[in-house]
Design a protein around this ligand. Structure first.
Ligand SMILES: Cc1cc2nc3c(=O)[nH]c(=O)nc-3n(C[C@H](O)[C@H](O)[C@H](O)COP(=O)(O)OP(=O)(O)OC[C@H]3O[C@@H](n4cnc5c(N)ncnc54)[C@H](O)[C@@H]3O)c2cc1C
Length: 400
């Protein structure tokens, strides 16, 4: 039987960030991941899953020593953002230099971030990567948690971190209640070639029942799209011929970048909001999608998860250096309170946006367009909005 201090179930982006952040703390860490990531091919076409990484996550990834290798792979810096309501005057635009920033964020393939963290974790002396690992059982004892793997091996840990994504096995086995709701949207993702260069601007159009984001990639004529649509419509768009798809896409996007055409396959993800009633329990902490999932309309899901990681790293390091039991719920409550607060604000914000921008009711449309116009023109509003989007209001003190 192997013994560690921290057993992280799920070696995705967030779980690996926690592992790398604990290196050097004196805590022995194991990451149990069900699959082994493949190295990235430099000449491969951009992957379909990308994330808009904000300044707060950039700070964490820099601190973890992976930011330069992410940039050396493939990352696309964006300098502007534009959001508009189709067929109306509602529009807001942000530009980094006028707000005093060098950039607003980066669009990065999830695999690039994941692999950089995986390689870093491999180099961490205090971290053991156990992959592929298939979990059979977990039991929470008074002083330790006991994990049994399907191959019969066992592991004990003083705290288990559930970082195993939206359908978290750990959350279910710990009987943590979950609030969940259907966003009545599926997200269609694809890579699109644009006639005009994207000029490093992230764009998003609200149209009828849909939300269409064009995220600029390193190639000035390639964007990754996240097109949130009612489920049947998303399935219809996935099955449509390339020609019909391109036509619908160009209409929804107001031909903002000239004629756009599909460059990749299309994949569809159902969107569900989730909120675990507890982010911590006796010898347990949940991070990332295991604790919460949100609509991708503001591109904040993994950014929120990275800040969970940052807060948990700080909490576990502090408890350990003070000689306290890192698995006591009493001590993990501070982590739970702080992260629940951020998650609730984000979930409520996304819900508000989702409701306000749903449908073509003329009164609602007028209200949101006036809101966008006011936010675009009133002094002092944009700097606050951009600070929020960059995650600068949600940074744990040690990263500030
Ligand atoms: C269409 C779409 C677009 C998005 N765009 C953005 C964006 O622009 N910006 C942003 O911030 N967020 C975005 N998100 C959200 C973001 O992708 C997620 O929040 C993020 O991937 C969650 O990371 P995670 O590490 O918590 O979970 P995951 O990425 O789900 O990782 C979980 C890991 O756990 C492993 N695992 C699962 N079960 C087990 C088990 N039983 N045993 C062992 N291992 C297990 C999995 O193999 C995986 O490696 C988007 C989401 C969607 C659907």
């Amino acid at each position: 039987m192997q013994s560690v201090d921290v057993a992280i179930v799920g070696g995705g982006m967030v779980g690996l960030a926690v592992a790398c952040g604990l290196q050097g703390s004196g805590l022995r860490v194991a990451v149990l991941e069900q699959s082994v990531p493949e190295p990235l091919a430099a000449e491969a076409a951009p992957a379909l899953r990308v994330s808009a990484i904000n300044a707060a996550s950039e700070k964490l990834l820099t601190h973890l020593g992976v930011w330069s290798s992410i940039l050396a792979n493939r990352a696309s810096c964006y300098h502007g953002m534009e959001v508009w309501d189709k067929d109306s005057f509602g529009r807001i635009a942000f530009e980094d230099s006028s707000l005093g920033y060098s950039h607003l964020g980066h669009i990065i393939e999830n695999d690039v971030i994941h692999y950089a963290l995986w390689q870093k974790a491999q180099q961490c002396r205090d971290v053991t990567l156990m992959a592929p690992a298939a979990l059979q059982q977990v039991a929470w004892g008074e002083n330790e948690a006991f994990i049994t793997l399907k191959d019969g091996s066992m592991l004990t840990a003083r705290v288990v971190v559930g970082a195993d994504g939206a359908n978290s096995w750990v959350r279910q086995h710990a009987d943590i209640p979950l609030a969940s709701w259907d966003y009545r949207h599926h997200a269609l993702v694809a890579t699109i070639r644009t006639e005009e260069p994207h000029q490093a601007v992230a764009r998003q159009a609200f149209h009828g029942e849909g939300i269409l984001a064009f995220l600029p990639l390193s190639d000035p004529h390639l964007c990754s799209i996240v097109w949130s649509l009612p489920p049947l419509e998303a399935e219809r768009m996935q099955a449509a011929s390339d020609e019909a798809f391109n036509q619908a896409l160009n209409i929804a996007f107001d031909n903002r970048l000239g004629l756009c055409s599909l460059e990749s396959e299309r994949r569809v993800f159902p969107l569900t909001g989730r909120y675990a009633r507890q982010f911590a329990a006796h010898r347990l902490a949940l991070v990332g999608d295991a604790a919460h999932t949100i609509h991708p309309l503001a591109g904040q899901g993994v950014n929120l998860g990275f800040m969970d990681a940052a807060e948990l790293i700080e909490t576990l390091r502090r408890l350990h250096s003070e000689g306290k039991d890192i698995g006591q719920h009493l001590y993990l409550r501070r982590y739970e309170r702080s992260r629940k607060h951020s998650a609730v604000l984000m979930l409520a914000g996304m819900q508000g946006f989702r409701e306000l921008f749903a449908g073509e009711n003329p009164a609602k449309k007028l209200l949101r367009d006036i809101g966008l116009k006011l936010a675009d023109t009133l002094p002092g509003v944009k700097p606050q909005l951009i600070r929020q989007a960059m995650g600068l209001n949600d940074l744990p003190s040690w990263l500030r």
